[in-house]
Ligand binder design. Structure first.
Ligand code: SF4
Ligand code: SF4
Length: 442
């Protein structure tokens, strides 16, 4: 209803401006509250099952995905140059993002601007992080009964993951290239399990909005609990398992692609076949002899080439239209210098997620439409491409974009350098789990 939209946009605009005015006023105070932010875990919150707008569907994906038509096929997973990947790792190993970019820990960081979503989801996220840390510290594998049959053990793992409500899991090998240098050697085995939990559908379609952002952050907390419980099950089988948390120690997306859970979208995110990038990821290492999955060509790169909606709809134009080599991986490399500040100032933005047809309709429907008509489902429609922009409270349909002024791109005090490969020499080497959560505003 147009009246509903007008009222919703007016509230969004009011919330946006009030939030930012308050941020400006509270900044001197916020600087002093930074050390205390990771200590909100004791604040009670409504059980997530009662949160219709935030909870994940929490059920496994079962709909079959048919092979793509020939013209959409590229390669299984993503195109890699292993020699260039190895060289990149030796010359410039990956680092913990928070250590590499200490400005992310300041009150001027983009996440500092997202305090409305962060404050109300912090207790839940912090509790999940504490439960996981307690598991990692205190839980030990049970005595192993007998040599397991890998296929039977893997089937049992998948059954347990489905029982816990995970949308999907993928299994692959540990790869140092995807591990941040600060955490080399912490893996407890050579197998990585990637877990996916689907984010609330209805809330995601309202992005950019505080509602969508809260749904995303709540999903991370739910996922962290699911992965801890899956690790508990692995311990009960007599094997080691070490789940990483929300502020992970590895690059989750390459592992997910390697484990056949999806392919890279032009928006830089993992596009899972069932929910596109509305899929939150965590990983854990284990020494259990699970059968590994292989990368899959779902036709997603071919869909992206035909689609390009996110490239056109990204408000600051941060998504390139073409892929190029980056550390031995052929991918579209996001302009984070433009994306991050806008994200922080517009409730997480996520226009690239909201307008993606794979996220909205699922890959099977997108492929079926392409086979029938040669078109991308929803492309050019306001329903898919339109979004409400919180900064001015206006709706932008296909072909229209909000004006992005310097006040959205530039943030005094936030000196982010996307080309940095080494943490500044005065950066503290070991950041505690609380410090890393606090760095993101939790
Ligand atoms: S919006 Fe289109 S181009 Fe962008 S990630 Fe989704 S399918 Fe790919
Ligand atoms: S989050 Fe927003 S600014 Fe960043 S890439 Fe996506 S659409 Fe662009």
């Amino acid at each position: 209803m147009p009246g509903d939209r007008y009222a919703r946009n007016a509230i969004q605009r009011w919330a946006h401006h009030t939030g930012h005015r308050l941020s400006d006023l509270l900044y001197p105070l916020m600087r002093h509250t930074l050390p205390y932010r990771p200590k909100m875990w004791w604040i009670p919150t409504l059980p997530v099952a009662l949160h219709r707008r935030r909870r994940s569907p929490a059920r496994p994906w079962t709909e079959p995905v048919a092979p793509p038509p020939e013209e959409l096929k590229t390669v299984p997973g993503v195109k890699l140059d292993p020699v260039a990947q190895q060289k990149a790792m030796e010359e410039a190993p990956l680092h913990d993002f928070i250590r590499l970019n200490p400005e992310m820990r300041g009150v001027h960081s983009p996440t500092g601007r997202m305090w409305v979503s962060l404050l109300s989801t912090s207790p839940r996220v912090q509790r999940a992080a504490r439960r996981r840390a307690g598991f990692t510290r205190g839980s030990k594998p049970a005595e192993r009964k007998a040599a397991a049959d890998p296929a039977a053990l893997t089937a049992a793992l998948r059954g347990e993951a489905a029982r816990l409500g995970l949308s999907a899991i993928g299994i692959t090998h540990y790869d140092k290239k995807y591990n941040f240098a600060e955490y080399y050697g912490l893996n407890v085995g050579d197998t990585i399990i990637v877990g996916i939990l689907e984010q609330n559908y209805d809330s995601t379609q309202t992005a950019p909005s505080i509602r969508a952002e809260k749904a995303a952050l709540t999903t991370y907390a739910e996922l962290e609990d699911c992965m801890r419980l899956l690790a508990t099950w692995i311990h009960a089988q007599g094997y080691k398992a070490r789940p990483e948390g929300f502020v992970g120690e590895s690059m989750n997306i390459p592992y997910a692609v390697q484990a056949g859970l999806g392919q890279l979208g032009l928006n830089g995110q993992l596009l899972s076949p069932h929910a596109g990038s509305r899929a939150r990821l965590h990983v854990m290492s284990t020494d259990a002899p699970f059968v590994h999955d292989e990368p899959v060509d779902y036709g997603i790169e071919g869909v992206c080439d035909e689609c390009q909606i996110c490239v056109r709809r990204c408000p600051p134009g941060a998504i390139p239209a073409a892929r190029k080599d980056s550390r031995g991986v052929l991918k579209a490399k996001l302009n984070t210098k433009r994306c991050l500040p806008v994200m922080g100032k517009t409730a997480g933005c996520s226009v690239c997620m909201k307008t993606c047809p794979v996220q909205r309709f699922g890959l099977p429907a997108v492929l079926a439409e392409f086979e029938a008509t040669g078109q991308i489902l929803g492309k050019g429609t306001d329903d898919l491409e339109g979004y409400d922009w919180p900064v001015d409270g206006k709706h932008y349909g296909p072909g229209q974009k909000p004006r992005i002024g310097p006040e959205l791109i530039e943030t005094p005090g936030f000196d982010f350098d996307p080309n940095r490969t080494e943490p500044p020499s005065d950066t503290k080497k070991d950041l505690s789990s609380d410090e890393r959560l606090g760095a993101l505003g939790y």
